[in-house]
Ligand binder design. Structure first.
Ligand SMILES: O=C1O[C@H](COP(=O)(O)O)[C@@H](O)[C@H](O)[C@H]1O
Length: 246
């Protein structure tokens, strides 16, 4: 790991969603088992793409092999909605993963969905700072071992949407964002918090992401995902339907 954040562009192309999902479940298991000191800390993404991964992690052999008690789960973003709302990322994760595996409830950190979005963002940031043990990031000391991210067709990632003020955030770790064309106010990790990840892993699938992916790969500054870096590496796991534009 270098002292500077990196956008190392490792791209792996897979036949389809199932191939990405199986590869990623195996890789996460390997990473989680290999980390023997301290918790294994993951930020999970929402949306549709990672749902097959979460379902797979709840099945054998993964369900009995992940060291759940040593794993800590945070969210990269969520809709500011009650957790039992069908569009809540927390609700989706609970249904597909957390209710099906022996992870201690105290190891799952949903984004708050009460009060104002500003209050909720502040509360989640406070939680992250307590967990990290400092209120500023130290070089070479990641907050997250792995940060899973998706890519929207408009180039957004987490809930960092094009043209939004949250993209300029330099100090807050968590912030609200009102997407211009997507429903619901969101809470999202900011660039500084995402950049404090050992590994950032993007999952990108389907022809609908081809154009956005091409822009990101060309470092188009209008695509928020273009600016993602990590303390270690940034990896892109993509399927052939999204790949031809590379
Ligand atoms: O809005 C969101 O979309 C992105 C991509 O979602 P997908 O449904 O196209 O897979 C996702 O990464 C993010 O967490 C989610 O809130």
């Amino acid at each position: 790991m270098t002292g500077q954040n990196t956008r190392t562009a490792e791209v792996q192309v897979f036949a389809d969603r199932a191939a990405i999902t199986h590869y990623l479940a195996d890789w996460l298991l390997q990473q989680a088992v290999a980390k023997t000191s301290g918790p294994f800390v993951i930020a999970l993404s929402g949306g549709s793409t990672p749902q097959a991964l979460y379902s797979l992690m709840a099945q054998e052999p993964y369900a009995s092999r992940f060291p759940w008690a040593r794993m800590q789960f945070f969210l990269g973003d969520d809709r500011f909605l009650p957790h039992d709302h069908p569009d809540s990322n927390s609700g989706m994760l609970h249904r597909l993963l957390f209710s099906r595996v022996p992870v201690p409830a105290a190891n799952v950190h949903a984004m708050p969905a009460t009060g104002t979005p500003e209050d909720a963002a502040h509360a989640y940031e406070t939680l992250l700072k307590q967990f990290y043990g400092a209120d500023r990031f130290e070089p070479n000391r990641p907050l997250f071992d792995v940060n899973l991210l998706g890519l929207g067709a408009d180039g957004h990632t987490a809930s960092l949407f094009p043209g939004q003020p949250v993209l300029q955030e330099k100090t807050a770790w968590v912030a609200p964002c009102i997407p211009p064309a997507a429903p619901y106010t969101r809470l999202t990790l900011t660039y500084p918090a995402i950049h404090a990840s050992r590994h950032v892993v993007f999952m990108v699938e389907g022809a609908g992401k081809k154009e956005a992916l091409a822009k990101v790969r060309a470092q188009d500054p209008t695509c928020p995902a273009s600016a993602i870096t990590a303390m270690g590496d940034v990896r892109w796991l993509i399927d052939t339907a999204a790949a031809p534009a590379l």
